[in-house]
Write a protein that binds this ligand. Structure first.
Ligand SMILES: NC(=O)c1ccc[n+]([C@@H]2O[C@H](COP(=O)([O-])OP(=O)(O)OC[C@H]3O[C@@H](n4cnc5c(N)ncnc54)[C@H](OP(=O)(O)O)[C@@H]3O)[C@@H](O)[C@H]2O)c1
Length: 333
């Protein structure tokens, strides 16, 4: 496992990290969640990703119990939470979601309690909130940092302009600017990281903890012949995700990608994750898994990335219809 700085910040994250969306407190048992955390930690992962909205707070409770039980030294791992969607039961009341000073403050305290930690290493604004001035959110994040409850704050799926505004407001009022962004990033959905955020790496120095490296499993090829049982996109309550990810025109690309993986003697999941790692602006690729054998396989991506030549990256670009010259890393890694 390699460790990368979070943008210009000094803190180092394992280049592969592990998140609990869909799985913890919902799809999998707490025992499997524990086995996954152990496999991740023993594989060198030091960053565990979570959010108030995952399984309505249960995901944080499960992770908190596991971290407490396993008792790993606090200086060997980082944990995150994210605020915006809220954890209260539906229908949520007006201040139980969003990025107002009130909700961010309360969500932070609730996450500390559920995760059973004294501070959150990373705290993300899970989406932009058009009903809260960015200055209000920057100020409360700065205050939480000053209070020692959060070490680094960041955004998730914000636009380049919104992140720039947060940075500018922070500089104007001597507050703490965002350190990181958490965007989706895989060979099918690469525009935000590769194109939209290009200026932010230099000006703001943001790091990125990227999500859905397998496009929720699509890139593994498991949906090539329909919906398998017990897979994420087959779950009834995730129809919205199925519609977003499982587009018929993508399947031919995924099949061609599968042929390339075979030629390289790699699994599709390893090749897809290794592709993400080739981008130097990615600080950490957050993995998801519902089974330990999936995670063990996916962890091989660190080694595989070292063997991906510019020629292979160009072939991947061709398969997915990306212009090779746009690949930020094709000729320098
Ligand atoms: N900030 C945000 O808005 C945001 C959004 C989404 C995710 N995230 C974070 O990023 C993390 C990772 O995202 P993700 O879970 O969407 O990642 P992903 O890698 O795209 O999907 C993971 C899922 O794919 C399937 N899978 C994984 N490895 C496999 C393998 N080797 N073979 C077959 N199937 C495999 C598993 O689902 P099944 O076994 O159920 O099919 C697994 O849960 C999340 O846990 C969360 O922490 C953040």
């Amino acid at each position: 496992m390699e460790y990368r700085r979070l943008g210009k910040a000094g803190v180092k994250l394992s280049e592969l990290s592990f998140g609990s969306w869909v799985t913890f407190g919902d799809q999998i048992s707490d025992d499997v969640a524990e086995d996954l955390m152990i496999a991740a930690y023993e594989g060198g992962i030091n960053f565990f990703d979570n959010a108030e909205g995952y399984a309505a707070g249960r995901s944080e409770e499960v992770m908190g119990k596991i971290l407490t039980k396993l008792g790993w030294p606090r200086d060997t791992w980082l944990v995150s939470s994210k605020v915006y969607f809220g954890s209260a039961p539906e229908p949520k009341k007006p201040n139980q979601t969003g990025l107002s000073r009130k909700h961010v403050f309360e969500a932070c305290h609730a996450a500390l309690k559920r995760l059973n930690v004294d501070y959150l290493d990373l705290f993300f604004c899970h989406r932009p909130d058009p009903e809260t001035p960015i200055e209000e959110t920057v100020r409360v994040m700065s205050d939480l940092i000053a209070q020692g409850k959060v070490l680094y704050w960041g955004t998730s799926v914000w636009s380049d302009e919104e992140i720039m505004e947060a940075y500018t407001v922070a500089r104007q009022y001597n507050l703490v600017p965002p350190t990181m962004e958490q965007p989706f990033y895989n060979a099918l959905q690469r525009e935000k990281v590769d194109i939209e955020y290009a200026r932010l790496y230099k000006t703001v120095g943001i790091g990125t903890t990227t999500w859905s490296p397998l496009a929720s499993g699509l890139l593994t090829g498991k949906y090539n012949d329909g919906l398998p049982q017990n897979a994420r996109l087959s779950r009834e309550s995730y129809g919205w995700l199925r519609d977003w990810v499982l587009k018929p025109e993508r399947l031919d690309k995924v099949r061609a990608f599968g042929n390339l993986a075979k030629e390289l003697n790699l699994s599709q999941s390893v090749l897809a994750i290794a592709w993400c790692l080739k981008n130097p602006h990615v600080s950490s690729v957050i993995l998801g898994a519902s089974k330990v054998h999936q995670l063990s396989e996916n962890l091989k991506a660190s080694d595989a990335a070292k063997k991906l030549t510019p020629d292979i990256l160009n072939k991947i670009d061709e398969i997915f219809g990306n212009k090779p010259k746009e690949h930020s890393n094709a000729d320098n890694h």
